[in-house]
Design a protein around this ligand. Structure first.
Ligand code: AHM
Ligand code: MG
Length: 371
């Protein structure tokens, strides 16, 4: 009998083993057979029963396309993935472990912090803080961005995040999420706030993690959108869909319609039109869950200016901008007022903007009313 060598050299790499997955990445794109005299076909990529394309392997394959890549970026995604697994575990056990409820403090934005906001923030800070190429971390929960390393100390990237978006919904078991955006650190800018205030077009990567009925990791590095799901039995995010495309249209809008009387007129007119045009409404009140549904099934998600929040409620750098990057990479559109969201340049880390994103033709429809 011939010598058996391997069945799938890319298979066993897991999120916690960049060295193994680096070796897998160097092998290049998956081929049908391995070296050896006894050859066994590799399972087709869409056979989920044998799916071992982890998030880490996926990133390394992407990175292999850029010969000058140093691997630093892979370590950052691996830190976010590790923090997300820890947060998912806390969210899933929150009621049992007494982590539901208010922490007792109000953040810089005047919002009451939940215990899990604080836990999620610490997990991300700890995991990312140990990565040698992270220069600046900015969180929804912290007043100011933290400088961890200057450019001359190896600080190459800024990571901005909302650790647990939609956390006010935790008491009711609704899906919540982490949103993140990765920017390059400009070593010539000494001020942390100025460093992170970049337009969304400068993002190196963006993504979110949805802690719902399953834990979903959605990522773009500017080369399409990939969707991973956490396999709780092996502890890895596994690729379930690459090149995610948002449907071109769907008669669904997602907005907190209770605020409609104080929306600018174009949004009110659009809603009146939608009411008589066969539209449905879906709104969870948790951006990651609402955007994820919109990404997969189409329609529009909006958070327009209101009387209470004249600039809109959602923050540019770690909510609107990363979600806009994902939407555009999936073939959709994203606007903040009259402008493409990704082209806006904020001047404050917690700056808020109006959000309109989703299927191309549905976003254009809203804009046709002047919104
Ligand atoms: P948070 O970051 O403090 O959780 O607030 C953001 C959340 C989003 O998830 C969601 O889209 C929005 O607030 C819901 O706001 P509202 O309750 O006003 O509809
Ligand atoms: Mg948020």
């Amino acid at each position: 009998m011939g010598r058996f060598v391997c069945t799938n050299p890319r298979g066993g790499a897991d999120d916690s083993d960049p060295a193994a997955t680096a070796a897998a990445a160097r092998l290049g794109p998956p081929s049908a057979f391995c070296e050896g005299t006894l050859r066994e076909p590799v399972m087709p990529h869409n056979d989920l029963s044998d799916n071992l394309m982890s998030l880490q392997s996926h990133i390394l394959l992407e990175e292999a396309r850029h010969p000058s890549a140093s691997g630093d970026f892979t370590w950052i995604i691996s830190a976010i993935s590790l923090a997300a697994k820890s947060i998912a575990n806390h969210v899933r056990r929150a009621r049992l472990s007494g982590a539901i409820g208010r922490f007792g403090e109000v953040n810089v934005q005047g919002e009451e912090q939940q215990k899990l906001d604080v836990i999620a923030n610490k997990a991300l800070m700890r995991c990312l803080g140990t990565r040698a190429s992270v220069a600046v971390l900015a969180s929804e929960e912290d007043d100011e961005p933290s400088i961890l390393r200057r450019g001359n100390e190896g600080g190459k990237y800024c990571v901005l995040f909302d650790p647990l978006d939609g956390s006010s919904n935790l008491d009711t078991g609704v899906g919540v999420g982490t949103i993140f955006s990765i920017l390059r650190n400009d070593p010539s800018i000494p001020d942390a706030q100025e460093t992170v205030c970049q337009p969304g077009t400068q993002q190196v990567a963006a993504g979110y993690v949805l802690y719902g009925s399953s834990t979903i990791f959605v990522l773009t590095t500017g080369n399409g959108v990939a969707l991973f799901e956490l396999d709780p039995f092996i502890g890895s995010f596994l690729l379930v869909k690459d090149r995610v495309r948002i449907p071109e249209s769907n008669k669904v809008y997602s907005v907190n319609e209770a605020y409609a009387p104080t929306f600018p007129e174009p949004y009110r007119k659009y809603l009146e039109w939608a009411h008589t045009s066969g539209y449905s409404s879906r709104y969870i009140g948790s951006m990651v869950a609402d955007v994820h549904r919109t990404l997969l099934t189409g329609g529009v998600f909006m958070y327009p200016p209101t009387k209470k929040n004249p600039e809109g409620k959602l923050r540019y750098l770690y909510e609107a901008s990363p979600m806009a990057f994902i939407m555009e990479q999936a073939g959709g559109l994203a606007f903040s007022g009259a402008n493409r969201t990704l082209e806006y340049k904020p001047s404050k880390v917690h700056e808020r903007v109006p959000v309109l994103l989703g299927s191309r033709s549905e976003v254009e429809r809203v804009r046709s009313f002047g919104g």
